[in-house]
Design a protein around this ligand. Structure first.
Ligand code: PMP
Length: 416
């Protein structure tokens, strides 16, 4: 185990971080919420799959297919164990958080919700946790009620508690805000939802990269997560759902691999999780995700989290010294900062940094309602990961300072 977390040792697992850019500059990767970089063991695992036993799962009677099926199902078992989920059948493989939330919205919504039922969602959710509920509102006539925020852009617990009625069937809420980095107290949110007889879905898109989540203790009904945001491959992710609910829910995608019997008249679906895994899955991504979980198991997560907290405080202090900067929200040690430099478009700031080898994100971050609340067209976002360093922060902040004082915006047409 990387005990008493060593940032240097941790960083050394990620080959891309020591590869010079075409410009010769060193990469500083501060866009970790978009996706994290991959450790060598995950890259090797994917390569091993394609070069030695590439085949489909759950259908072949030959050695390779058995190896692929074993690797795929082993990921389910190790993921369940890592998350303290007792029954691996409660883990459904998906391409990412977006697919997981759509499975719940369509599978749970169409099965259990009727007109005038209410679901509570946060005011600053990612579009992935906004649009599926908007569609149900239009199609079924459910009511979406928006939970107000406190001064840190987190769910206002007092106000949340007062919003429940006997029509409230579901709460859908993010764990870590992807624009300003507020961390919701999901344990409390779950308890309050259950006290009021509602189910709760946690959008934990990026939670696993710096936190150990004990789903059995958390006791949420659904948990959605993207593997690519916690060192796994693109195209990997999972939906946790309590088995009783998964049994009752309708499948979202239908097709091969998820049915027992198909007749002209009617068909019988398999039991969960197969019922929700129609078609050929991204087998290499799932097996690679299993390797990412093994990698996470070697990390002393509380120390990694403490290190990320230190980096967050350091970056916060440094950013505050830049002239003309507006920082939105109060980052809760999650390493996520959104800001603007006075008079400079967020895209121009990101391009300036990009030319210096510093990768950040700019725009609305798939969170346009949040931009409405902040009353800005977009922001620049830095999102840190425990492989980042204070030295990288110094370089990025110096570049931002230079941008703030020397950048001359060119006149632009048609951009907000
Ligand atoms: N929810 C949140 C909070 C996110 O940050 C993201 C990714 N930016 C998503 C959902 C969607 O994740 P994915 O694109 O991996 O499906």
């Amino acid at each position: 185990m990387l005990r008493k977390f060593s940032p240097e040792k941790f960083r050394s697992h990620f080959p891309i971080l020591s590869k010079p850019l075409r410009s010769g500059k060193e990469l500083i990767f501060f866009d970790n919420l978009a996706t994290t970089q991959k450790p060598q063991c995950v890259i090797d695992k994917i390569s091993e799959f394609y070069s030695t036993y590439n085949s489909n799962v759950h259908r072949g009677m030959y050695e390779f297919s058995e190896m692929a099926t074993n690797g795929y199902e082993q990921t389910r078992t190790s993921l369940a164990s890592y998350l303290c989920v007792k029954d691996p059948r409660e883990i459904v493989f998906v391409r990412g958080t977006t697919e997981a939330i759509n499975i719940v919205a369509h599978g749970f919504g169409r099965r259990f919700l009727i007109a005038s039922d209410e679901i509570l969602i946060g005011a600053v959710e990612h579009h992935a946790n906004y649009l599926p509920w908007q569609i149900l509102e239009r199609e079924i006539g459910i009511r979406r009620r928006i939970i107000p925020l406190d001064e840190n852009h987190c769910i206002d617990i007092g106000k949340y508690e007062k919003m429940f009625s006997d029509r409230t069937k579901l709460v859908a809420i993010q764990h870590i805000n992807n624009v300003v980095g507020g961390v919701n107290d999901i344990e409390k949110l779950v308890k309050i939802a259950h006290k009021n007889g509602a189910k709760i879905l946690i959008d934990g898109a990026s939670s696993l990269a710096s936190k150990k989540i004990n789903i059995s203790k958390l006791d949420c009904d659904f948990f959605a997560c993207s593997g690519h945001k916690c060192f796994g491959p693109m195209g990997s992710g999972f939906l946790f759902g309590k088995y009783g609910l998964l049994m009752e829910m309708l499948p979202y995608n239908v097709g091969g691999n998820m049915v027992n019997t198909v007749r002209f008249e009617e068909s019988i679906f398999k039991m969960p999780p197969d019922k929700f895994e129609a078609g050929t899955p991204d087998v290499a991504a799932v097996i690679g995700f299993g390797e990412a979980i093994k990698f996470l198991e070697t990390v002393d997560m509380p120390s990694a989290q403490a290190y990320l907290g230190e980096l967050t405080s350091y970056l916060g202090k440094k950013l505050a010294q830049i002239s003309g900067i507006t920082i939105y929200g109060k980052p809760a040690k999650s390493g996520i900062f959104s800001f603007n430099l006075e008079g400079i478009h967020a895209h121009d700031v990101a391009t300036y940094l990009g030319n210096e080898g510093i990768a950040v994100r700019a725009g609305t971050h798939c969170a346009q309602p949040m931009m409405q609340i902040l009353n800005v067209p977009g922001t620049v976002r830095i999102s840190l990961c425990p492989y980042n360093t204070a030295k990288e922060i110094d370089i990025a902040v110096a570049a931002l300072g230079a941008c703030a004082t020397t950048f001359k915006p060119k006149p632009r047409l048609g951009r907000n």
